[in-house]
Write a protein that binds this ligand. Structure first.
Ligand code: ATP
Length: 213
């Protein structure tokens, strides 16, 4: 699972998902847009359109799935509930991975019931060149004794481990940066898929009014 607001999806997300799929030999990567993100301001663009951009961005990429399960739930989109739903689909013995970028991992202690996340899945942390900070003590306490160095060690169990991954094509692209560029009328070419750029233009998204409204 790679969850996020995807407001909008960009090549940092998509290339990370492809390389994650490859590096860990995963069956598939479920990219899951949050309906109502619990820990941040409501996105300017509604979940249905963020999902449509994700679908356009993924296109026919092997191994990547645009998964709408959080859109089908009411209320805040807690990752524990999403992992529980994936666990129901794949069964108790499946090896589940929750992938997060380094920025999201730094705030893991603020997520709802972080211990439950480790009961349901492994956590794989993707290095981001634009986010480098020391881990807060609360996160260090949460992951004590869970860290492993290889995918083999991680997958010896079905959940509960932590693996840090430095994927080959690290990209300093953020959705915040893209929204700023779009609001200022600057180019976003080669930062997100052309199909997503076209969707944004056709639907007239991320103009200044939406950002400030
Ligand atoms: P924003 O700038 O609005 O916070 P974002 O670009 O960080 O957005 P999210 O939708 O919040 O995108 O990210 C979803 C997940 O993908 C998070 O775990 C995030 O850390 C990760 N991620 C986002 N951008 C990158 C990137 N360039 N490289 C690796 N992981 C990324």
């Amino acid at each position: 699972m790679l969850g996020g607001t995807f407001d909008p999806v960009h090549l940092g997300h998509l290339r990370s998902a492809v390389e994650l799929h490859e590096a860990l030999g995963l069956d598939r990567v479920h990219m899951i847009p949050a309906h109502v993100p619990p820990h941040r301001r409501a996105p300017g663009v509604d979940a249905a359109r963020r999902l449509a951009m994700l679908e356009a961005g993924i296109g026919d990429t092997p191994g990547l799935v645009a998964d709408d399960r959080e859109l089908r739930r009411q209320g805040p989109s807690y990752s524990g509930d999403t992992l529980a739903s994936l666990r129901r689909d794949y069964g108790a013995r499946a090896r589940l991975v929750m992938a997060v970028g380094a920025d999201a991992f730094f705030k893991l202690h603020q997520w709802r019931d972080p211990q439950r996340l480790f009961e349901l899945a492994h956590v794989v942390v993707i290095d981001r060149p634009d986010h480098r900070q020391a881990l807060p003590a609360e996160v260090n306490r949460l992951i004590a004794g869970r860290e492993v160095d290889t995918a083999g060690a991680l997958f010896a169990r079905s959940a509960g481990g932590v693996l840090h991954l430095r994927l080959p094509s690290r990209m300093a692209i953020s959705a915040t940066g893209l929204r700023e560029r779009l609001a200022e009328g600057r180019s976003v070419r080669y930062l997100l898929p052309r199909a997503v750029e076209d969707y944004i233009r056709v639907h007239d998204l991320y103009r200044w009014q939406e950002l400030s409204g």
